[in-house]
Design a protein around this ligand. Sequence first.
Ligand SMILES: [Zn+2]
Length: 456
Amino acid sequence: MNPPATGGFLCYNYIMSKLEDIVSLCKRRGFIFPGSDVYGGMAGTWDFGPLGVSLKRKIMQEWWSFWVDQRDNMYGVDAAIIMNPKTWEASGHVATFNDPLVECKECRGRFRADKLVDGYGEGITDEEFLAAGAKCPTCGKQNWSEIRKFNMMFQTHIGPVSDDEHIAYLRPETAQGIFTNFKNVVDTIYPNLPFGIAQQGKAFRNEISPRDFILRDRECSQMEIEYFVKPDTWEAEFEKLRAEQHEFLEQVIGLPKEMIHEYDVPAEDRAHYSKRTIDFMFDYPNGEEELMGLAYRTDFDLSNIQENSGKSMEYRDKNTGESFVPHVIEPSIGVERLILAVLSAAYHEEELEGGDKRTVLKLPENLAPYKYCVSPLLKNKPELVAKAKEVFEILKQKYTFVTWDDSGNIGKRYRKQDEIGTPKCVVVDFESLENDDVTVRDRDTTEQVRVKVREI
Ligand SMILES: [Zn+2]
């Protein structure tokens, strides 16, 4: 997290406060609420409100359309969240999906050891941690327990008996629901290599200290693809997927190119089986953070399943008759991370002529909760209201995502629609009754033009 090179300290402060501004707008306008708000909240959980769920669904639908519906070698699955616990033993999650936990012996506060000191990752040792001299963020003392490996999977029990034999986990990723269905898809669809299996759904991580709004939460939604390839073609396929990730993020979702940075993960930081991983980083308000990952995972997952289940995961090439375990490339993205990237890029505070300020979400038209807002210039003139209702019905039929607003004065309505990112506001006035035309105001330029109703 570095301040921008030229902006200086003030600029950094501005950027720091921007996340709070986005959180505040999200709550005020019905995008995202703290989870279980009415009972005082639940750390690391967030609820999507009427506008947030619309944005979220549009983003998920665009992803599904781009990666699955528009291709002839991509297949969807929707696997159960609770899977046989053998899944997580085979995948390595039971043994290694850990965070380093330390406890303050004075106040009993619990923290992630690597987050209390600079420059260390999850593998931090007791010696390294103590040498760094971290003080408890709560009480300021330096009386620490030893570091304990804390498994981040949420545990539950299957059936009425709560003993160790009945432990199950809420899935920490959607990927394993894809791998475990590899053979089912091959045996029912008979796809040629390369082909992909895609899944969207909830995943759970018991983060020790959730933070940064929806960036690090305990319950999130993922969109993952496992793309199966012939082992000797992985590099070419990896490059194709890499280019397509940029196309998706920049053309379909509309994120500014200059806010996305590729980080080629060096060998010592990659999972041992991965020969190449690129993290796609994004300039979030609080600094650069991972937005999505693209990883070449060799045959690690399928071979593990083969070994642990005793069932063959080999694929038989229809042309050559050759049998082998395919290799896999995994593009993986968190929905909430993408939503926060979209909101961060869209959020603007602007000064208008005459010194007025406005907050505007410059959301791409395909993601905005509403495309149009229709309103009568005055709400106490029945003839204007009737005409506006007529226009509303026409546009609703045509564009679906159309809202009605007759609250406050016209200026207040514009401010509200700017804040929720509605690209166009349509206003019906007395001239509309004569000429069947309306004023259409553009969100980004605030320019107003006269348009015939049938031409909208
Ligand atoms: Zn303490």
